[in-house]
Design a protein around this ligand. Structure first.
Ligand SMILES: CC(C)(COP(=O)(O)OP(=O)(O)OC[C@H]1O[C@@H](n2cnc3c(N)ncnc32)[C@H](O)[C@@H]1OP(=O)(O)O)[C@@H](O)C(=O)NCCC(=O)NCCS
Length: 188
């Protein structure tokens, strides 16, 4: 895959493929503050629990599929946000066996096998940077000839309007560990 860039001077951010950055493996550490700030879980009983949480929702994607990750780079070179994900159906991939809700989604994930996680630093939100990260991920899914892309978010999350505007529609709603969640899907 070739490096991609997407410059939008109005938002002050460039969208770039993570692996196109100089020293990209070292720069992944800059994504941790963005991840933990955006996460709903704020406290962890142990350092190991914090690490496992990062591994679950961010680390494994950087490790196994760094080429699918895109980052938003601010004018000063700071990483303002990211999108990470995978192309293989997670309900059929043992590497996601720990994500309990996929046991209830295996009948629909073949239609939307790719999945994503996206987060921006607070100062980067509301300027359509997220939309451009999503479109970069969608473009890769199209090149890979996948039928669709999905994500799972809180049923009542503020980000629902963001995904709706980008064409992600509800596929399945369920309650997972006491929280109402929704799988949203978009055909490529
Ligand atoms: C969701 C997010 C990626 C959208 O990117 P963005 O560049 O801010 O999005 P846009 O400028 O294109 O659209 C703004 C929309 O983003 C969402 N958004 C903005 N700030 C948000 C926040 N603090 N929390 C959740 N969603 C937010 C809203 O849907 C907003 O639409 P609205 O103005 O109609 O409420 C980004 O706001 C973000 O990282 N939010 C916090 C973490 C999050 O929700 N990540 C997704 C987990 S599934």
């Amino acid at each position: 895959m070739s490096p991609s860039t997407d410059d939008d001077t109005n938002s002050g951010a460039i969208i770039q493929r993570l692996t196109a950055l100089d020293n990209w493996p070292l720069r992944t550490a800059e994504l941790d503050p963005v991840f933990f700030e955006a996460s709903l879980t704020k406290t962890f009983p142990t350092a190991a629990a914090r690490l496992a949480f990062r591994e679950r929702w961010l680390g494994r994607f950087l490790e196994h599929w760094p080429e699918l990750a895109h980052v938003a780079v601010g004018g000063d070179g700071v990483l303002l946000g990211y999108i990470v994900g995978a192309h293989k159906d997670p309900a059929a991939d043992p590497r996601f066996a720990d994500i309990g809700f996929y046991r209830e989604l295996g009948h629909v994930t073949p239609q939307y096998p790719a999945h994503l996680h996206i987060n921006l630093a607070p100062e980067a939100r509301g300027r359509r940077v997220g939309s451009r990260l999503i479109e970069a991920f969608m473009a890769d899914a199209r090149v890979a000839r996948l039928p669709g892309v999905h994500l799972v978010t809180g049923r009542d999350s503020r980000n629902r309007s963001f995904y709706a505007r980008l064409g992600f529609a509800p596929v399945v709603e369920l309650v997972w560990e006491g929280t109402p969640i929704v799988m949203l899907g978009r055909a490529t």
